[in-house]
Design a protein around this ligand. Structure first.
Ligand code: DUT
Ligand code: MG
Length: 148
């Protein structure tokens, strides 16, 4: 990657800073920073600390997304996926894991539990109007295409 975005970080935890697993990975893998393992029973959820506090540049957000391996093998997902880390948030990043399997799952300290993707965003300036432009789709949705 040619360009990278400098992001200030405080690591309260004992693990290395999150890293990209491969050259073009979009997400930085986040590790659980735990005193002791956490067991999630079926359908149980828990807020898992990462030990990380960040300062994103204005106009950027971080999305906290599930890892597909944990999801596929163990039914572990994130309740509020994609979680949103605001540019003005200075607290510790936490991950709201949920166990969607029918067996207990143990989260170990240092385990890679989620991935964080940093993205630019736009902020909206509303223009209140009486009409919106006409389109082929119009108000169709929810499987409206391909029907006769
Ligand atoms: O998975 C997440 C989601 C959010 N946050 C932190 C960063 C974010 O900036 C803040 C607020 O998140 P959000 O706006 O999603 O929560 P809310 O329920 O709207 O709370 P608030 O009223 O604090 O905005 O909580 C996390 O650490 N992990
Ligand atoms: Mg909010």
């Amino acid at each position: 990657m040619n360009t990278t975005l400098p992001v200030k970080v405080i690591n309260l935890g004992k693990h290395p800073l999150p890293a990209y697993a491969t050259e073009h990975s979009a997400g930085l893998d986040l590790r659980a920073n735990l005193e002791a393992p956490v067991t999630l029973k079926p359908l149980e959820r828990a807020l898992i600390p990462t030990g990380l506090c960040i300062e994103l540049p204005e106009g950027h957000e971080a999305q906290i997304r599930p890892r597909s391996g944990l999801a596929f093998k163990h039914g572990i997902s994130i309740v509020n996926t994609p979680g949103t880390i605001d540019a003005d948030y200075r607290g510790e990043i936490k991950v709201l894991l949920v166990n969607l399997s029918n067996t207990d799952f143990v989260i170990a300290d240092g385990e890679r539990i989620a991935q964080m993707v940093v993205a630019k965003y736009e902020r909206v300036a509303w223009q209140a109007v009486e009409e919106l432009s006409e389109t082929e789709r119009g108000v169709g949705g929810y499987g409206s295409t391909g029907k006769h």
